[in-house]
Write a protein that binds this ligand. Structure first.
Ligand SMILES: *[C@@H]1O[C@H](CO)[C@@H](O)[C@H](O)[C@H]1NC(C)=O
Ligand SMILES: *[C@@H]1O[C@H](CO)[C@@H](O)[C@H](O)[C@H]1NC(C)=O
Ligand SMILES: *[C@@H]1O[C@H](CO)[C@@H](O)[C@H](O)[C@H]1NC(C)=O
Length: 481
């Protein structure tokens, strides 16, 4: 079978709206061949874990399944959501992006010259449980490609813990080269929360080891992500919600969770089909089947889709136009409230109008940038059952309680509880109401920060955050053979 490019060229235009005049081009190389010297000890341990021949790999009172709530940090007004994890003995602590669009774990290491001085760097020599890949092995160096950049590092293994769960001998990349602008502020790495087939390290992801070892009370990972985009006073880093590992947190949602089966038989990304979209109550015609496969991706800021579908969405908004300054993005009059709903085979979930409005295109402009962009930019991504043509990121996910379930493999959405809408520092109107497709739900900004008045001044307040905003796209770029 011919190699299939997943999410190839188009992701790359996204790196940063504030100075994205030229799309960033990343050469996509084939994945490093799967040969050469590896850490066979770690490999053996992974096999043991998979088949249950282990007593110590997953601690937390072995076989006593449990659930953990991990606090999330919201960075740059909903651009990135990250949490805390430790590696090594004694534990070294790192802030890592919680990314359902990729499957590798990496952290910047002390060997990294360009990783910046703001972040914690992993020091292998300070960990008594660290195992590096065999030195001199040409394949111990691995690249991981994302929509907004790449990292390179050496295969490593060590004890990894999050929220009280521990996996011994977790394979990860100790990164010594980081493309500029990939991560920001305190973020020192990425924790991939998608499935093993996507992993450039070929390692079983942390979450999947916990699942396979029956360490989780329930085979689920759940997210409540806060909204700050409509809060002009939002700090660069602020409270971002709760990541629940091993179940759901019933205080954060109301009603039933609508679970939808993953579209692919062999899970890689968390893929669902986009079944319907409405804009201000009107339904939009979009391609279906393989052309409608969406990766549900907490590591991507916005929503990207195929050119035709995205054009059809913006065609419903009077005064909208393709952005010249930011190819692939669209603008619309800042005073217009745009309510988009998306459905994935079931309920239509409305997106808060504040999430759709990323602020003025340029300082003082009356045109604002919209949160749904053209992912494919006219290129032909081969449609296939494992190729996402949509990436559904935080612009959507802030509006629901989302549950990533390993068994049966599915993604669930539920309404956020009023507690989830009202808590957090300055988060407003987090709650959305699922509607039937025919009904539009103007779930625009409301709530405590008092921005419900003059919409043009509210929109102007986005400017500071927009200028600083880097749109992250931590969606994996991989090749299947
Ligand atoms: C499991 O524990 C037993 C007894 O403590 C030990 O002999 C055995 O080597 C352990 N097996 C593994 C795979 O760690
Ligand atoms: C559930 O979420 C609430 C609200 O954020 C939080 O206070 C509580 O600690 C969470 N529960 C668990 C078990 O994490
Ligand atoms: C909103 O603010 C603009 C600019 O300050 C002003 O011209 C306009 O009249 C205001 N609209 C409302 C409804 O207050």
């Amino acid at each position: 079978m011919a190699p299939l490019t997943l999410l190839s060229v188009p992701l790359l235009l996204l790196p940063a709206i504030s100075y994205a005049v030229d799309p960033l081009h990343i050469n996509i190389a084939r994945r490093t061949p799967r040969t050469g010297t590896r850490d066979f000890g770690a490999e053996a341990e992974r096999v043991r874990i998979r088949y249950g021949y282990t007593n110590s790999s997953v601690s937390r009172r072995a076989k006593r399944a449990s659930t953990a709530g991990v606090p999330i940090t919201n960075q740059n007004s909903d651009s990135t959501y990250f949490g805390d994890l430790t590696i090594g003995t004694p534990p070294q602590s790192f802030q890592v992006v919680l990314d359902t669009g990729s499957s590798d774990l990496w952290v910047a290491a002390t060997t990294c010259a360009n990783c910046g001085s703001d972040i914690q760097l992993f020091n292998p020599s300070s960990s008594s449980t660290f195992k590096g890949s065999a030195s001199g092995s040409q394949n111990s160096n691995i690249d991981i490609q994302y929509g907004s950049g790449q990292v390179q590092g050496s295969l490593s293994s060590d004890t990894v813990s999050m929220g009280g769960f521990t996996v011994a001998s977790q394979t990860f990349l100790a990164v010594d080269k980081l493309s500029s602008g990939l991560v920001d502020g305190a973020v020192a790495g990425i924790l991939g929360l998608a499935w093993e087939p996507l992993a450039s390290t070929q390692a079983t992801p942390f979450w999947q080891t916990l699942f396979q070892n029956n360490a989780l009370s329930s085979p689920e990972m759940s997210f409540w992500l806060t909204r700050e985009i409509n809060n002009p006073k939002a700090a660069v880093q602020t409270y971002g919600g709760v990541f629940t590992l091993g179940g759901t947190n019933t205080t954060l949602y109301s009603g039933d969770i609508e679970f939808l089966d993953l579209t692919a038989k062999t899970p890689s990304f968390w893929l669902l089909d986009v079944s319907a979209i409405t804009v201000n109550g009107k339904s939009v015609t979009i391609a279906t089947g393989d052309a409608a496969i969406a990766a549900i991706d907490t590591g991507t800021t916005l929503i990207g889709g195929p050119s035709d579908a995205v054009a059809a969405v913006w065609a419903q908004v009077p005064g909208s136009a393709a952005s010249k300054a930011n190819p692939g993005l669209y603008t619309y009059p800042c005073t217009t409230k745009v309510t988009v709903t998306m459905a994935f085979g079931g309920k239509a979930w409305p997106i808060n109008t504040a999430d759709m409005n990323l602020g003025p295109e340029t300082s003082g402009s009356s045109q604002c940038v919209g949160g749904i962009f053209d992912l494919s930019m006219g290129t032909d991504i081969p449609a296939s059952s494992s190729n996402p043509t949509w990436v559904v990121g935080d612009t959507f996910l802030k509006n629901v309680y989302s549950v990533f379930r390993a068994s049966p493999p599915s993604v669930g959405f539920a309404q956020l509880s009023s507690a989830a809408g009202g808590s957090g520092s300055g988060a407003t109107s987090g709650s959305s109401t699922a509607t039937s497709v025919s009904q539009s739900s103007p779930s625009g900004s409301s709530g405590s920060s008092g921005s419900s008045g003059n919409s043009s001044s509210a929109d102007a307040s986005h400017l500071p955050s927009l200028v600083g905003l880097i749109f992250s796209m931590f969606t994996a770029i991989v090749f299947f053979f």
